[in-house]
Each structure stands twice: as structure tokens, then as C-alpha cells.
Ligand binder design. Structure first.
Ligand code: DOR
Ligand code: ZN
Length: 411
């Protein structure tokens, strides 16, 4: 395949021909004489995104999402690799459950995927199948909270196998009464509980630590001061407790104050966050009716890149900062050669037009749950998505095949 267009290369735009062979970029040339067919793209060509944090809900909760549907949604949003979380039903806490889930992904995923195992006593055996594990310092969807002493024991074992560990940081001892609206949900699971849980990580065995979904500059500073890696979500960047979302904005950790939101946005803009990931955590509309009973979590894999591209287009953030947190840092962590349009790199590309900003509408998205907390926000969706040297999305139509995604993350 040969593409002609304007590609984002080394921080600027260049008109070029991109040759793709065996799923890899074979050449990037300024001019080319060929009688082969050339795909001409309008707009610009960028690296495709990698979402380090999704909940595709399989096995066990496939009425909310599943591997096929979730990965198709991702593809429409310009994401060609995801890392899926282990809070399934049953939870991914054994070698055989992990093995089964890898099979599900291989059968159904249309994009590359890696899997987090749940940190548990079986971590050593599970480390044969994945390098990635998740620790819940508080319970959220599913009940995965564990005691400090056993956690220390498991982590020691885990780190001897060189694994990478993501933490959901909230300390339940600092929770108050459950609330009835977003502001009260923020009081119920306050920022202090996030800060305290990050502090507790210091007392754990030394090794790779990645703190998920940071909600303020304060928690980011604590994370970086301790030498941990940091992640932020689009909902904590674009939404606050003031959003008119009711139960549809209920998520853990909660949407914070406008001040906290702005503080983490400014830090993100300065390039202080290592990763941006969607934490795509869909629940059904009928479950989100009553605030008190509603499960926490919001969908986001399809709108992640489009929201960020819109911010770039409006001059709110540099494209290089977005690509760093959405592609380059994830690729490095996963051992993938992605994020640069350069010979030898994976041909995982999106073609977007910065003039294509449109209102995000849930009926145009592809989630099973049928709603988005970003209804009415502006987004820039890709026209074309190239993956492994073929069209995954062409002229905004999905073209991929079930099961074409490969398992990653056990390098
Ligand atoms: O709001 C959340 N939803 N936070 C989590 O930690 C889990 C997630 C889910 O799986 O629904
Ligand atoms: Zn999550």
C-alpha cells in the first residue's frame, strides 16, 4: 500500500509518500515514481492512538460491552491498540481465566489488545501470559479490595518477574456518606482519599508503579514526586462535578471541582502527564437512572482521540503533547514500535481533517450502552484508519474483520 498525503513527522507537517509493507512503514519519501496504486488522503496523517485503560466487559457483562463491539468503537475513534482491565465476571485472577480471556480477544478483537491480570496470589503463574497487573486500592465495579500485607507479598513476587503494575488509588478509610448528586459523590470519595492512597504506594515493595486516572494537580505532584507514572482520563480533563450529568457522570474516582479539573488540564497541557487513557467503563442507561444505585463508570474509547484533536485544533494543546501521552509513551510501555511516521515503525495511522470538527452525538457512536458523557462536545473523528497496512476504517466506514487484532503485552 502507498499513501500520499501530509504527514506529521518530527513535529511538523510534510507532504510525502508513505510505503507500507507487511504492516510496517517501508519508506517515507518526498517524491515517488510508481505505477502502483496510490491512496491520496486530504487533511493530515497522524499515528493511531493506544488506549491504556479500557473495560470491554468480557467475560461476564457483555450486555454493557464486549470485545468485538468495544474494539470496533475504538477503531472508529482512531485507536488501534487497547489494554483491557481485569474486573470481569469472573475477575481475571488465575492463569486459566487469563488464558480464556486471551482466546476471547483473539477471536473477537478487531484491534491489538493487551490484558491486565488482577494482582492476586496467582501472579507468578499469570506473569507467564502478561506483563501487566492491576491493583484496586478501593472497591469500585466488582469487589477487588485487598489487605496491605497480602498485597505486599504478591507485589514482591510480581516484581521479581519484572511486571508492570497499575493502581486505582482511593483509600476507603477516608470515604464519607454516599451522595445523591455529583458534588456529593465528590465529597463521598474526596480528593484526600486519592492523595492518601498514592502516599500508601510508597510503603509497598519497590518496582514499576503506574497511577490510573489522576484527578488534580495535587495528586499528580504526589505521583511524580514518588517517581510513579501518571495517567489522566478525558472525563477528568473535560468534565467536573458541575456537569449536568447526574448518574451519567458518576465515576470513580469522582469528577472533581472546576478548580481541580483545570489544574490537571494545565498540567496535561504542559506535558506533565505520562499517559492519557479513556477508562472506557460503560454501564447501561437503565442502570444509571437512580444516582444512589447507579454503578460508577463512563464510556469513552471512541471519543478519546477526537476530543483531544479538537483541543489541538482550537490551540488549547500541542499535537506533540497529545501524541506523547496517547501513543509514544504507551508504545514504549507495551514494547511496540509506534507513534512515529518513519521507516520500520508499525503502519498504524489515522487520517483526519482539522476542519471536520463536529458535535459528538451518542447515536453516531458505536457503544452498546448507547450514551456518552460528552454529548454535544466538539470532536474530530478520523476519515480513515490504517492498521497493519490495511484499511480498518475507510471514508468513516468500518472495514476490519473480527479477530484480526493480535495479543500484545507479554514481550
Ligand atoms: O468508575 C469506575 N468504573 N471506576 C472503576 O474503577 C471501575 C469502573 C468500572 O469498571 O465500571
Ligand atoms: Zn478503570
Amino acid at each position: 500500500m502507498i499513501i500520499k498525503g501530509t504527514a506529521y513527522i518530527r513535529g511538523s507537517y510534510e507532504n510525502c509518500y508513505i510505503g507500507i509493507e507487511d504492516g510496517k512503514i517501508d519508506f517515507v519519501k518526498k517524491s515517488l515514481k510508481t505505477n502502483k496504486e496510490v491512496e491520496k488522503f486530504d487533511g493530515v496523517i497522524l499515528p493511531a492512538g493506544i488506549d491504556m485503560h479500557v473495560h470491554f466487559r468480557e467475560p461476564g457483562m457483555t450486555e454493557k460491552e464486549d470485545f468485538y463491539n468495544g474494539s470496533v468503537s475504538a477503531a472508529y475513534g482512531g485507536i488501534t491498540a487497547v489494554m483491557d482491565m481485569p474486573n470481569n465476571d469472573p475477575a481475571i485472577d488465575s492463569h486459566s481465566r487469563l488464558e480464556k480471556k486471551i482466546k476471547i480477544g483473539r477471536k473477537k478483537s478487531v484491534i491489538d489488545f493487551g490484558l491486565y491480570g488482577l494482582m492476586c496470589e496467582n501472579v507468578e503463574k499469570m506473569a507467564e501470559l502478561t506483563d501487566f497487573f492491576k491493583v484496586y486500592m478501593a472497591s469500585s465495579t466488582g469487589d477487588q479490595k485487598i489487605g496491605q500485607e497480602e498485597l505486599k507479598r504478591w507485589l514482591k513476587k510480581a516484581y521479581s518477574h519484572d511486571v508492570k503494575v497499575a493502581f486505582h488509588c482511593e483509600d476507603e478509610d477516608l470515604f464519607y456518606e454516599p451522595g445523591e448528586n455529583l458534588a456529593e459523590h465528590n465529597e463521598h470519595r474526596p480528593l484526600e482519599s486519592e492523595l492518601e492512597a498514592i502516599e500508601e504506594l510508597k510503603g509497598l515493595p519497590e518496582g514499576d508503579k503506574y497511577v490510573c486516572h489522576l484527578t488534580s494537580k495535587k495528586s499528580l505532584d504526589r505521583t511524580t514526586d514518588h517517581g510513579f507514572l501518571s495517567e489522566v482520563t478525558p472525563h477528568h480533563l473535560f468534565l467536573s462535578e458541575e456537569a449536568f450529568l447526574g448518574p451519567f457522570g458518576k465515576v470513580n474516582p469522582p469528577l472533581r471541582s472546576e478548580g481541580d479539573r483545570y489544574s490537571i488540564w494545565e498540567a496535561f497541557e504542559r506535558g506533565e502527564l505520562n499517559f492519557i487513557a479513556s477508562d472506557h467503563a460503560p454501564h447501561l442507561e437503565e442502570e444509571k437512572e437512580e444516582f444512589a444505585d447507579a454503578p460508577s463508570g463512563v464510556p469513552g474509547v471512541e471519543t478519546l482521540y477526537p476530543l483531544l484533536l479538537n483541543s489541538v485544533s482550537r490551540g488549547k494543546i500541542d499535537l506533540s503533547t497529545v501524541i506523547e501521552a496517547l501513543v509514544l509513551n504507551p508504545a514504549e510501555r507495551l514494547g511496540l514500535k509506534r507513534g512515529k511516521i518513519k521507516e520500520g515503525y508499525d503502519a498504524e495511522l489515522v487520517n483526519i481533517d482539522f476542519r471536520d470538527a463536529e458535535k459528538i452525538r451518542s447515536e453516531k457512536l458505536h457503544y452498546k450502552c448507547g450514551w456518552t458523557p460528552f454529548e454535544g462536545f466538539q470532536g474530530i473523528f478520523p476519515q480513515n484508519v490504517i492498521s497493519k497496512g490495511e484499511f480498518l476504517v475507510k471514508d468513516r466506514e468500518f472495514m476490519g474483520e473480527k479477530g484480526r487484532g493480535e495479543y500484545i503485552g507479554d514481550n
